[in-house]
Write a protein that binds this ligand. Structure first.
Ligand code: BDR
Ligand code: CA
Length: 314
């Protein structure tokens, strides 16, 4: 079959950036059709420029980056500079991108890419689901050519941005509702599993020992992001978004259950909660929900992929 066609929708974000590097380093497994950016951790102008910086860092300046939606569908925008820094990828210290974003809007690219692809496309989503939801609304027939959607977002247990909800779902719950109800194979990579992928000091040192420009940028980002998450994670920062790529590369590192997941759209204290029907009370499963990761296996895979990138791309 060869490499599977893949589009990554993201809001870089240090952990998005690391996920992008991991995916770009996996050319045997992924035919990366494009990277779409959405407003999330920081505003759209920064997330799309960060995606372009990261693609340059990975030695792939020709990879197309498409800017998408600058705000969520209904709710007021919410960003996360307190965690990711004013640029979104503080700690990486990357130069200006080598070339501009594509002129096509990310939503139009998503529609067009699905229409033109000769094989069903896998969507890896690392941010709020605004672009993907609007592509589905604009042209529902794209769903016929989606292989699967693997989305970082949600939690069976506690949230992070508010006690009840995870950031990517909270930042655009209405978009998440559209995607979760779309009827395509969907894997939820939520906080239950990503909180197990902790970049401990020893794991960061293992990445540093690669002694490449991308590895140094990754360590800088992890140190910045780690310093801002110590209140919640004493042993190091969680690598949320790279779990999506790791699952696509090596699902055997993960354990999961299938269940119905509803998105809370009205709760005073629970907007954006992923209501996970663990005990099968409310209907047919619409999602595969990851619950456990072999964290050592995950970090071994991350280091192995980072080692494949050009040592000094810039
Ligand atoms: C998610 O929100 C962002 O802060 C991260 O990039 C990740 O996608 C974790 O809740
Ligand atoms: Ca993200």
């Amino acid at each position: 079959m060869g490499a599977r066609p893949l589009i990554i929708d993201c809001d870089p974000g240090q952990d998005d950036a690391i996920a992008l590097l991991m995916a770009i380093a996996s050319a045997e497994e992924f035919e990366l059709l494009g990277i779409t950016a959405v407003a999330g951790n920081v505003p759209l102008a920064k997330t799309e420029a960060n995606a372009r910086r990261v693609r340059d860092l990975a030695g792939r300046p020709e990879l197309p980056v498409y800017a998408g939606c600058p705000r969520p569908m209904v709710r007021a925008p919410v960003t996360a500079e307190a965690v990711h820094g004013p640029s979104g990828i503080d700690g990486a210290d990357l130069p200006e991108p080598s070339r501009p974003a594509e002129e096509t809007h990310a939503v139009d690219f998503l529609v067009q890419a699905h229409a033109e692809a000769s094989r069903p496309v896998t969507l890896a989503t690392l941010g709020p689901l605004t672009n993907v939801a609007l592509a589905i609304i604009k042209n529902p027939s794209i769903l016929d050519n989606v292989a699967e959607i693997v989305a970082m977002g949600g939690a069976i247990g506690l949230g992070n941005v508010i006690p009840a909800a995870e950031f990517n779902i909270y930042a655009d719950p209405h978009a998440a509702h559209v995607v979760f109800e779309a009827g395509v194979p969907l894997t939820m990579v939520g906080l239950d599993v990503t909180r197990q992928a902790i970049a401990t000091p020893a794991r960061i040192e293992a990445i540093r020992s690669l002694e490449t420009t991308p590895a140094r940028a990754v360590c800088g980002m992890l140190e910045y992001y780690g310093a801002r998450t110590t209140a919640a994670y004493r042993h190091g920062p969680p690598l949320h978004d790279p779990c999506v790529i790791a699952y696509l590369l090596k699902p055997e590192l993960f354990e999961w259950r299938d269940m119905h997941v509803a998105i809370e759209l009205a709760g005073e204290h629970s907007l954006g909660r992923t209501v996970c029907d663990v005990y099968g009370r409310s209907g047919a499963p619409n999602a595969r929900v990851l619950e456990h990761v072999d964290a050592d296996g995950f970090f071994a895979l991350l280091s192995e992929r980072l080692a494949r990138l050009p040592a000094s791309a810039q």
